[in-house]
Design a protein around this ligand. Structure first.
Ligand code: NAP
Length: 251
């Protein structure tokens, strides 16, 4: 049996209808996991891909810009799948503006979705594990801006730096309970989130020139890291944020 095998496990992935969340869901399904996809938009395409991998996808509609749906989401997920084994906090947004002009609305929207909901969803799922005297895996999707400053994205940098800190804190509190909390820090990947950067010719050129691998990441480049952190192979990995960045941070 491969230590990376996820057969019989269920992964709850937020924002799995597109981009990195979709690639993570499909990667986990290809490793054997069923998927509970939680988000605003119907994960129709992802469901087709998960089913093509021979696994099931259960969709739960929820807007994670507030914590209001979280208790209901976890109850529905547990009812549909009998248990959640893996939680991937992937749903996230970005707002761009000069810090001198940045609004409170853009601050709150990003912090609420990227950080507050990730914490309270982790708490709600971890309570089901602790209540059942069992462990589980949490993977937080961080960013290069968990390590670096960036420009014109103050709430995004604050949220992703906060998420990396939270990953370490939760690992410290929950490792002894059999819960592995880790993060993945994607570099620059081609998704909706980075469309504005790729559309800006000079930013696109500067970014590409700095990536040692010489190309933008394809969402499928993240699957291996997600499968690893979700699997028994990572049983003793706690509180790490694994960069999958084509070498960006090594530069
Ligand atoms: P994306 O294509 O814009 O996807 C974002 C996902 O989050 C979508 O499924 C979106 O759902 C969901 N989402 C946003 N707000 C939500 C809300 N209020 N409630 C529920 N779901 C919500 O972006 P992506 O690039 O795949 O980003 C995925 C994660 O990776 C984000 O946390 C992002 O910060 C992070 N990340 C991305 C990159 C990159 O280069 N692309 C790099 C580092 C980190 P809808 O489709 O319904 O809006």
């Amino acid at each position: 049996m491969s230590p990376f095998d996820l057969s019989g496990r269920t992964a709850l992935v937020t924002g799995a209808n597109t981009g990195l969340g979709q690639a993570i869901a499909v990667g986990l399904a290809e490793a054997g996991a069923d998927i509970v996809a939680v988000g605003r938009s119907a994960p129709t395409e992802t469901a087709t891909m998960v089913e093509a991998a021979g696994r099931k996808l259960h969709a739960i509609s929820a807007d994670l810009s507030s914590t209001a749906p979280i208790a209901g989401v976890v109850a529905q997920a547990v009812e549909a799948a009998s248990a959640i084994d893996i939680l991937v906090n992937n749903a996230g947004i970005i707002r761009r503006n000069d810090s001198l002009d940045f609004t409170e609305e853009d601050w709150d929207a990003v912090m609420d979705t990227n950080l507050k909901s990730a914490f309270f969803l982790s708490q709600a799922v971890a309570r089901t594990w602790v209540g059942a005297n069992r462990g589980g895996k949490i993977i937080n999707i961080c960013s290069m801006l968990s390590f670096q400053g960036g420009i014109r994205v103050p709430s995004y940098t604050a949220s992703k730096s906060g998420l990396a800190g939270l990953t370490r804190l939760l690992a410290c509190e929950w490792a002894a309970k059999g819960i592995n909390v880790n993060g993945i820090a994607p570099g620059y990947f081609s998704t909706n989130n980075t469309e504005a950067l790729r559309a800006d010719e000079s930013r696109n050129r500067d970014i590409l020139a700095r990536i040692p691998a010489g190309r933008w990441g394809d969402p499928s480049d993240l699957s291996g890291a997600a499968v690893f952190l979700a699997s028994d192979a990572a049983a003793y990995v706690h509180g790490t944020v694994l960069a999958v960045d084509g070498g960006w941070l090594a530069r």
